[in-house]
Design a protein around this ligand. Structure first.
Ligand code: SME
Length: 179
């Protein structure tokens, strides 16, 4: 089963392959999708669409971006979500404060979990850190417990490292100052 991304982007990822290979292909697709473009909103939007089209058994994927001491909702795929999360709260805010990826096999067992979509049962959050600066987090939710494991964490950490190198994060700072 190959997930085809329509339009000018023609690369595809075999969704049935083992996770390490799946994430290797996903990172290659990300590079090809973002080639020649550094606009943060466009690139994060396409990155979330790529994840949403490629990964199965998820109900939400997207970005929260750092604005001071809060995370503010960024480009995503899924149901409308809570807009502001204080750093240190919820799964996203905890991962951001620790600057460390968090795999939560059962969100009901995570004290302070913020339920944006009542269907979510498990979650993974990967902080986005560029040159020592926290830029935000990548968040994925699944409607089943135990959806994410160490292979997802490693794959998504590589995905985020790639994004960090392909996005002009300073343009986001300008947007933050004007709002
Ligand atoms: N569950 C997250 C909130 C974001 S939604 O999942 C999209 C949290 O606890 O931080």
């Amino acid at each position: 089963m190959r997930a085809r991304i329509p339009g000018v982007f023609t690369a595809s990822v075999d969704r049935a392959q083992p996770k390490p290979a799946l994430y290797r292909d996903l990172v290659l697709s990300l590079r090809s999708l973002l080639e020649g473009e550094t606009d943060p909103v466009a690139n994060l939007a396409n990155a979330s669409a790529l994840l949403g089209q490629t990964l199965d058994r998820i109900n939400w994927c997207g970005f929260y971006l750092r604005r001071g001491e809060q995370l503010v909702l960024g480009p995503f795929q899924g149901k409308p979500a809570c807009v502001r999360i204080p750093i240190g709260q919820g799964v996203c805010g905890t991962a951001a404060a620790r600057r460390e990826a968090l795999v939560v096999p059962d969100v009901f067992a995570f004290p302070g979990h913020i339920a944006c979509d009542a269907a979510s049962r498990s979650e993974i959050v990967v902080p986005i850190v560029q040159g020592g600066i926290l830029r935000g987090v990548l968040d994925l939710d699944a409607p089943e417990t135990g959806r994410f494991d160490g292979e997802d964490r490693e794959g998504l950490e590589e995905f985020v490292r790639t994004l960090v190198s392909l996005v002009d994060w300073s343009a986001l700072e300008d947007a933050g100052r004007r709002t």
